[in-house]
Design a protein. Structure first.
Length: 378
């Protein structure tokens, strides 16, 4: 028996049709409905009503508005020229459209096509206030059913943003972010790279290459750097490398002149401590550090081995830089998979929080050269 002629499937289809007819009756009577009120009146989930509203809107029978629907308006052009009907619309807010995040967006869009979801992307900044503005714009104009966001979580503004996201009436998935323990964000789900694991891989790689003093150069303004530092610290402790004698420097907010002086100071500290390897986040910073070493006559990797983090441009350096590569495309892909499952299963589905491991891409900057004490090199 085919699905179309099955009595069971026919009953479900009739029920769905009757429910949408009730929606239209409410709209004709009142001119507008809210998802929350009509779900309570019909005794079904808000997600079910959103799906019904989306179907009716795709057929041109209603106009979607934030939180509900109205009778069609001649000013509504949201379905004009549409050739594909999507089951849900997902908003996505990321802090950059030109570094790291394009691959995350690409992964999300690819999976959205598989899941028959619509992705609406907005670029933001590393700023909690702007993150909230961009999310609010999606809520106000796009009638989204779920949200994937990479918010700035620093300071009180970041904490308040997380509380607000947690209280939204739609599912929220954090991308490359984890809510801190002090924020009771019990509804928020996330998918994030285990950057601490990646940093540990880099340290162990350098240890296996014969380095016994391994420093860390990071940017404290980046949300990734604290995890990199934590992984570096854990690996150093596991390898019994004394942290009190190791180099950990912050390269945040340095212009070209200050950066050169800063890198000179880092090299001086390396020379004094016998440090022969550095883990550098991000890899744009690693490229600049390699170039500075070359300018100062410090051979890479002979006198200084370097591993970058992010693997966006590390391969462009001379020599090419070994780098930890987060699975950026998969962060987007898994975020959409989590969202699709949440929308399909509703509140009965347990909250999911997923860590993905990065990989280490080994290139010339960290292997294949005899170790030379930096005093001799200089």
């Amino acid at each position: 028996m085919s699905t179309e002629s099955s009595p069971e499937s026919g009953g479900k289809s009739l029920f769905s049709l009757q429910r949408r007819e009730r929606l239209m009756e409410e709209l004709r009577a009142h001119g507008a409905i809210t998802v929350r009120d009509i779900a309570a009146k019909l005794g079904v989930s808000e997600l079910t009503i959103r799906r019904d509203v989306n179907m009716l809107a795709d057929e041109g029978l209603v106009s979607r508005v934030h939180g509900g629907a109205t009778l069609p308006s001649p000013l509504d052009r949201s379905t004009a020229g549409r050739t594909t009907s999507h089951s849900y619309s997902i908003g996505m807010v990321v802090p950059s459209l030109d570094y790291y995040w394009p691959q995350v967006i690409s992964g999300a869009r690819g999976e959205a096509e598989v899941q028959n979801l619509r992705i609406v992307v907005r670029g933001s900044a590393y700023d909690a206030a702007d993150n909230r503005r961009q999310v609010q714009a999606l809520l106000d104009t796009q009638n989204i059913d779920g949200l994937i966001v990479a918010p700035d979580m620093g300071g009180e503004h970041g904490k308040e943003l997380l509380r607000w996201l947690n209280a939204l009436p739609i599912p929220v998935i954090l991308a490359e972010r984890r809510a801190p323990l002090e924020i009771p964000a019990h509804k928020l789900e996330w998918v994030a790279t285990d950057h601490a694991f990646g940093a540990g891989m880099a340290v162990r790689h350098l240890w296996q290459e014969g380095h016994r003093m391994i420093g860390c150069l990071t940017d404290s303004t980046s949300p990734t750097s604290p995890h990199v530092v934590r992984g570096w610290t854990q690996a150093m402790n596991a390898l019994k490398i004394p942290l009190e004698k190791s180099i950990h420097e912050d390269s945040a907010k340095l212009d070209n002149g200050d950066r050169a002086k800063h890198f000179d100071r880092v090299l001086e500290l390396c020379r004094a401590s016998g440090t022969t390897a550095m883990l550098v986040h991000s890899d744009t910073q690693a490229v600049a550090f390699v170039q500075h070493c070359v300018d100062r006559g410090v051979d890479v990797p002979g006198s200084m081995a370097i591993v970058g983090y992010d693997d966006e441009v590390a391969y462009l350096a001379e020599p090419a830089i070994s780098a930890v590569r987060p699975p950026k495309s998969y962060v987007g892909k898994v975020a959409v998979q989590l969202m699709a499952a949440r929308l399909a299963e509703g509140r009965m589905r347990p909250v999911h929080r997923v860590d993905l491991n990065p990989e280490l891409i080994v290139r010339e900057s960290s292997v294949g050269a005899p170790r030379v004490v930096m005093e001799e090199a200089l």
